[in-house]
Design a protein around this ligand. Sequence first.
Ligand SMILES: [Zn+2]
Length: 320
Amino acid sequence: MVIDFDRENYTYEDFISDVEALSKKYNSIKYVTIGKSHDNRDIAMLRLGMGKRYILFCGGVHGRETINPIVLLKIAEYYAYQYEDYIKHKKIGNQRITDITVNIKKQYEPMIFKRCVYELLQTYTILMIPLLNPDGYMISLYGHYAVNNSTLQNKIKKMNPNYAEWKYNSRGIDINRNFPSRLWKPKKQGDYAASENETKALIQVFHHYRIRCFLDFHSRGKSIYYYRSSMSEGYNRKQLYIAKHLKNITGYELNDYNNEIDDGDSGGNTVHYFSEHFNKPALTIETVDEDADFPLDYKYRAKTYEEIKLVLFELGGLSL
Ligand SMILES: [Zn+2]
């Protein structure tokens, strides 16, 4: 397997080399660059599968949420492996039960699962942007030294932040409050929506593909946000329907309409923009315990992977 959770230090460069390695090893994974961050890092997007319907997964919008990017890569690898293993076995025709003394259930179950993954990736193409904010990711792990552009570096240094808590991009903007939507409000003079490269890159992807469902993975809280006050009752009914399915798979709690945004905060989240512009499902999934400290312990990777790896499989069954 390409993705290894035991590398405690996992940099942006490691991430990009993993993305390249995945696309080399698996025919079902391709990758493209959808834009550049303000500190000139590539924003990578994987394309997994062959289907005409699109599902989009995004992660790493907030710098300090360092677990989800590598977890999403491992999920891509998991599905690519099942898919290609199915094709391989189909070709050599050894799918039939060969030894009846072995537990039949044990032999058939993995085969049925692989077959379902095959169908899933024939029907859907999964677009995956595991790390939308590579600068923020590096700043949260390594401080202002991670910023190459000296103007940006000095600006961040002057702010003297607690780097482990850094949510923003390298210009100090929260990407998840930068999307033009009905609940967006400027925080200070001169703020405008979609001002950031990372925001623009995601908006372009939204408009380029006809995406059936969008999930944005954040941390913390082991919960699912689905309610959208700017949208119709019918829209929210569908959101709740999907959220309940994802709750069953992950064990995460649902955040109801009271929790859509915190008191005094503004909208402008990725999911707000997507819901309002395309009228299609968009949910935020919060991984990792609510009381986890930043920097997040790398041991959360394996747990989070087990919790969310079947989310895609479940979505596939909902005929979106
Ligand atoms: Zn977040």
